[in-house]
Design a protein around this ligand. Structure first.
Ligand SMILES: [Zn+2]
Length: 108
């Protein structure tokens, strides 16, 4: 719900009084956002705001990390987060924790 609230706030600021019809989101895999739950929460929070009725478009960013043991950067398809090269668990996460509004579609 906190995520939905921040989306509504950020999109509302950018809208500058115009009505928002679509919101493009980038969501890192590690955020473990459930799209249907986020959409549902968003619809509730958005009521009565400039983004009321806007459609959410989620683009998931796959997780990846750099292994501190062998230096390999690998995709991390799921948990546990593990180096695909040496099997190590000591990783520096380089992608997958993103969560931001990429762009908005607004009425003219
Ligand atoms: Zn490794």
């Amino acid at each position: 719900m906190a995520i939905a609230e921040s989306i509504v706030r950020i999109a509302g600021q950018h809208a500058n009084g115009r009505r928002v019809t679509k919101i493009y989101l980038k969501v890192g895999h590690l955020r473990q956002v459930v799209p249907s739950a986020l959409t549902f929460g968003f619809e509730i929070v958005a009521q009565g705001t400039p983004v009321d009725g806007a459609e959410l478009e989620l683009d998931q960013i796959p997780a990846s990390g750099k292994c501190r043991a062998c230096g390999t950067e690998s995709q991390l398809p799921g948990f546990p987060l593990q180096c695909q090269q040496c099997g190590g668990f000591d990783l520096e996460i380089t992608k997958g924790e993103e969560l931001y509004v990429e762009s908005l579609e607004m009425e003219e």
